[in-house]
Design a protein around this ligand. Structure first.
Ligand code: ATP
Ligand code: MG
Length: 145
Protein backbone atom coordinates (compact mmCIF):
# COMPACT_ATOMS: atom_id res chain seq x y z
CA UNK A 1 0.00 0.00 0.00
CA UNK A 2 2.99 2.31 0.45
CA UNK A 3 2.96 5.31 -1.89
CA UNK A 4 0.11 3.68 -3.81
CA UNK A 5 -2.87 6.03 -3.62
CA UNK A 6 -6.04 4.29 -2.62
CA UNK A 7 -9.52 5.66 -3.08
CA UNK A 8 -11.78 5.88 -0.04
CA UNK A 9 -15.40 6.02 -1.18
CA UNK A 10 -17.06 5.58 2.17
CA UNK A 11 -16.56 5.47 5.90
CA UNK A 12 -16.32 1.71 5.53
CA UNK A 13 -13.31 2.17 3.25
CA UNK A 14 -11.71 4.42 5.87
CA UNK A 15 -12.38 1.78 8.53
CA UNK A 16 -10.78 -0.90 6.37
CA UNK A 17 -7.69 1.23 5.80
CA UNK A 18 -7.45 2.03 9.51
CA UNK A 19 -7.55 -1.68 10.33
CA UNK A 20 -4.55 -2.18 8.01
CA UNK A 21 -2.62 0.77 9.39
CA UNK A 22 -3.26 -0.09 13.06
CA UNK A 23 -0.67 -2.89 13.36
CA UNK A 24 1.92 -0.78 11.55
CA UNK A 25 1.79 2.00 14.13
CA UNK A 26 3.89 0.56 16.94
CA UNK A 27 3.98 1.67 20.57
CA UNK A 28 6.13 4.80 20.69
CA UNK A 29 5.48 5.36 16.99
CA UNK A 30 4.10 8.37 15.15
CA UNK A 31 1.54 8.66 12.37
CA UNK A 32 1.24 12.05 10.66
CA UNK A 33 -2.11 12.84 9.06
CA UNK A 34 -1.64 15.32 6.22
CA UNK A 35 -4.54 16.85 4.33
CA UNK A 36 -6.66 19.96 3.87
CA UNK A 37 -9.56 21.03 6.04
CA UNK A 38 -12.19 18.34 5.85
CA UNK A 39 -9.92 15.79 4.20
CA UNK A 40 -10.86 13.20 6.79
CA UNK A 41 -7.98 13.26 9.31
CA UNK A 42 -10.17 13.14 12.41
CA UNK A 43 -12.43 10.57 10.80
CA UNK A 44 -9.42 8.38 10.11
CA UNK A 45 -8.27 8.79 13.72
CA UNK A 46 -11.70 7.70 14.91
CA UNK A 47 -11.51 4.62 12.70
CA UNK A 48 -8.00 3.87 13.96
CA UNK A 49 -9.17 4.13 17.56
CA UNK A 50 -11.99 1.71 16.78
CA UNK A 51 -9.47 -0.65 15.21
CA UNK A 52 -7.54 -0.64 18.49
CA UNK A 53 -10.72 -1.34 20.42
CA UNK A 54 -11.50 2.12 21.78
CA UNK A 55 -15.21 2.28 22.50
CA UNK A 56 -15.57 5.75 23.97
CA UNK A 57 -16.23 8.63 21.57
CA UNK A 58 -13.17 10.02 19.83
CA UNK A 59 -13.54 13.74 19.22
CA UNK A 60 -11.32 16.32 17.57
CA UNK A 61 -9.00 17.88 20.18
CA UNK A 62 -9.67 21.27 18.68
CA UNK A 63 -9.17 23.27 21.87
CA UNK A 64 -7.17 20.90 24.07
CA UNK A 65 -4.91 20.04 21.09
CA UNK A 66 -4.30 16.59 22.57
CA UNK A 67 -6.45 13.68 23.75
CA UNK A 68 -5.27 10.33 25.10
CA UNK A 69 -7.25 7.11 24.90
CA UNK A 70 -6.40 3.98 26.88
CA UNK A 71 -6.28 0.88 24.68
CA UNK A 72 -7.43 -2.61 25.62
CA UNK A 73 -3.85 -3.90 25.14
CA UNK A 74 -2.70 -1.62 27.99
CA UNK A 75 -1.25 0.99 25.66
CA UNK A 76 -2.38 4.47 24.79
CA UNK A 77 -3.46 6.24 21.63
CA UNK A 78 -2.60 9.95 21.80
CA UNK A 79 -4.27 12.23 19.25
CA UNK A 80 -2.83 15.68 18.58
CA UNK A 81 -4.50 18.36 16.45
CA UNK A 82 -1.94 21.09 15.88
CA UNK A 83 -4.10 23.39 13.76
CA UNK A 84 -4.09 26.02 16.52
CA UNK A 85 -0.54 25.43 17.72
CA UNK A 86 1.14 28.83 18.11
CA UNK A 87 4.75 27.69 17.64
CA UNK A 88 6.32 24.32 16.77
CA UNK A 89 7.94 24.14 20.21
CA UNK A 90 4.46 24.27 21.72
CA UNK A 91 4.27 20.59 20.88
CA UNK A 92 6.68 19.92 23.76
CA UNK A 93 4.28 21.64 26.17
CA UNK A 94 1.54 19.33 24.93
CA UNK A 95 3.56 16.33 26.07
CA UNK A 96 4.92 14.84 22.85
CA UNK A 97 8.07 13.46 24.46
CA UNK A 98 6.22 12.00 27.42
CA UNK A 99 3.77 10.31 25.08
CA UNK A 100 6.52 8.77 22.98
CA UNK A 101 8.68 7.73 25.93
CA UNK A 102 5.61 6.22 27.56
CA UNK A 103 5.07 4.05 24.49
CA UNK A 104 1.91 5.72 23.25
CA UNK A 105 0.88 5.38 19.64
CA UNK A 106 0.80 8.99 18.46
CA UNK A 107 -1.41 10.39 15.70
CA UNK A 108 -0.96 14.02 14.63
CA UNK A 109 -3.28 16.21 12.55
CA UNK A 110 -1.70 19.32 10.98
CA UNK A 111 1.89 18.14 11.56
CA UNK A 112 3.08 20.96 9.29
CA UNK A 113 2.56 23.26 12.26
CA UNK A 114 5.41 21.55 14.13
CA UNK A 115 7.55 20.24 11.29
CA UNK A 116 10.91 21.09 12.81
CA UNK A 117 10.06 19.55 16.17
CA UNK A 118 8.73 16.40 14.53
CA UNK A 119 11.80 16.08 12.32
CA UNK A 120 13.89 16.11 15.51
CA UNK A 121 11.69 13.97 17.75
CA UNK A 122 10.12 11.58 15.28
CA UNK A 123 12.44 11.09 12.31
CA UNK A 124 10.94 7.64 11.71
CA UNK A 125 7.22 7.80 11.15
CA UNK A 126 4.26 6.86 9.05
CA UNK A 127 2.55 9.54 7.01
CA UNK A 128 -0.97 9.23 5.67
CA UNK A 129 -1.92 11.84 3.08
CA UNK A 130 -5.61 12.39 2.47
CA UNK A 131 -6.82 14.32 -0.57
CA UNK A 132 -10.36 15.18 -1.54
CA UNK A 133 -11.22 14.37 -5.14
CA UNK A 134 -13.67 16.28 -7.35
CA UNK A 135 -15.97 13.28 -7.09
CA UNK A 136 -16.14 13.74 -3.32
CA UNK A 137 -14.10 10.67 -2.52
CA UNK A 138 -10.69 10.69 -0.85
CA UNK A 139 -7.30 9.52 -2.01
CA UNK A 140 -5.18 8.03 0.76
CA UNK A 141 -1.44 7.50 0.44
CA UNK A 142 0.58 5.88 3.20
CA UNK A 143 4.34 6.24 3.37
CA UNK A 144 6.91 5.20 5.94
CA UNK A 145 10.29 6.85 6.45
N1 ATP B 1 -14.20 8.20 4.16
C1 ATP B 1 -15.18 9.10 4.31
N2 ATP B 1 -16.38 8.91 3.72
C2 ATP B 1 -17.36 9.81 3.87
N3 ATP B 1 -17.26 10.93 4.60
C3 ATP B 1 -16.11 11.17 5.21
C4 ATP B 1 -14.99 10.29 5.09
N4 ATP B 1 -13.97 10.80 5.79
C5 ATP B 1 -14.41 11.97 6.31
N5 ATP B 1 -15.69 12.19 5.97
C6 ATP B 1 -16.50 13.36 6.37
O1 ATP B 1 -15.83 14.57 6.02
C7 ATP B 1 -16.04 15.55 6.99
C8 ATP B 1 -14.70 16.10 7.45
O2 ATP B 1 -13.96 15.03 8.03
P1 ATP B 1 -12.89 15.26 9.20
O3 ATP B 1 -13.46 16.09 10.27
O4 ATP B 1 -12.40 13.91 9.56
O5 ATP B 1 -11.77 16.11 8.44
P2 ATP B 1 -10.40 16.68 9.02
O6 ATP B 1 -9.38 16.39 7.98
O7 ATP B 1 -10.15 16.18 10.38
O8 ATP B 1 -10.69 18.23 9.04
P3 ATP B 1 -9.94 19.38 9.90
O9 ATP B 1 -8.76 19.81 9.07
O10 ATP B 1 -10.97 20.47 10.01
O11 ATP B 1 -9.54 18.80 11.21
C9 ATP B 1 -16.84 14.89 8.12
O12 ATP B 1 -18.20 15.26 7.97
C10 ATP B 1 -16.67 13.42 7.86
O13 ATP B 1 -17.76 12.66 8.30
MG1 MG C 1 -9.71 17.16 12.18
Amino acid sequence: MDAQPRELRSLADTAALAAEVAPRLRPGGVLLLVGDLGAGKTTFTQALARAYGVTRPVTSPTFTLANAYPLPDGGTLTHFDLYRLATPEGLYDLGLEEALEGGARVVIEWPERAARVLDAEAPHRLTLRLELTPAGTRLATLTEV
